[in-house]
Design a protein around this ligand. Structure first.
Ligand code: PMP
Length: 290
């Protein structure tokens, strides 16, 4: 594997960053998780847009332009002869002192890893996931805005640990007001009749790129889409529920906090959206090989 660091490629053994990088010392940095399908990078522009928005919120000066970043991602895929896979793009604050002050970090670092994707086992897609609500509450906007895809994922990691301790793979996180926010690495949707609903971004969800693709696909199919504040009660009484994310794509949820959702099997709207999503990922995106 060839890993891109600041414009150069390194082998896995030699791909290293300083122990003084504030990305490591303080989680001071940002990242993106991107997929390549069939020789194309899916929604690359949208991911790089979100990276630059995260950077702006953190006053982090990305050292290369938007266009150069898009090119670096595609070039790294090509260097690794990737056709299908997962790309992790990281921008750290760079090397500084042991103090917090980001102004001491003179040069942010860009890291791109293009490798294989670790998917949920196929049976979860066929049978649906069982998930639980966990005690760790989503970060407040006014503290650390969940819209920033930062290297500080401890809020999500704590929730993930609680999910694992509860014997399940994913956790539903509520915000400080008790409304449903999202899962630890995925957005959440419910279907009720011909209505598709997902929490508003203001409830503490990431501006998920898969979330937006699903909203657009659902709109094309004539579903009514809304973004109301949702409670656990709304989830329990939904006809269908599914999660969305670049890695997981769309994955059905069939049980929440011991309550069976709908029929207890992946629903028809979910299945329809899965096939629409798969068709889209297969045929669109930034070409890697010209
Ligand atoms: N929420 C969180 C907390 C995430 O980390 C992610 C990305 N893994 C998502 C939602 C889904 O976002 P996207 O569809 O852009 O991958």
């Amino acid at each position: 594997m060839k890993i891109y660091i600041d414009g150069k490629y390194y082998s896995e053994q030699n791909a290293k960053i300083s122990v003084f990088d504030h990305g490591l010392l303080y989680g001071d940095g940002i990242f993106e998780g991107i997929r390549a399908y069939n020789g194309r990078v899916f929604k690359l522009k949208e991911h790089i847009d979100r990276l630059f928005y995260s950077a702006k919120a953190l006053l982090l000066d990305i050292p290369i332009s938007h266009a150069a970043m898009m090119k670096a991602v595609v070039d790294t895929c090509r260097q690794n002869k990737l056709r299908d896979g997962y790309i992790r793009l990281v921008v750290t604050r760079g090397i500084g002192t042991l103090g917090l002050n980001p102004n001491r970090c003179k040069k942010p670092s860009v890291i791109i890893i293009a490798g294989k994707i670790q998917l949920y086992p196929e049976e979860y897609y066929k049978q649906g996931l069982t998930i639980i609500t966990v005690p760790t509450v989503r970060n407040l906007h006014s503290a650390l805005n969940p819209a920033i895809k930062s290297l500080n994922y401890l809020n999500n990691i704590l929730a993930k640990i609680e999910a694992n301790n509860g014997g399940v793979e994913e956790a539903i996180m509520l915000n400080a007001e008790g409304f449903v926010s999202e899962c630890t690495g995925d957005n959440i949707f419910i279907v009720k009749g011909n209505q598709l609903m997902t929490p508003p971004l203001s409830a503490g969800a990431l501006y998920g790129i898969t979330r937006q693709v699903v909203i657009d696909l659902a709109r094309e199919s004539g579903l009514t889409i809304s973004e109301p504040n949702l409670t656990r009660y709304d989830l329990f009484n939904a006809d269908e529920c599914f999660l969305t994310g670049t890695g997981a794509e769309l994955i059905p949820v069939v049980k929440i906090d011991g309550r069976i959702v709908g029929t207890g099997k992946p629903g028809t709207v979910t299945k329809q959206l899965v096939s629409q999503y798969r068709a889209l990922t297969n045929g669109s995106g930034e070409p890697i090989y010209g």
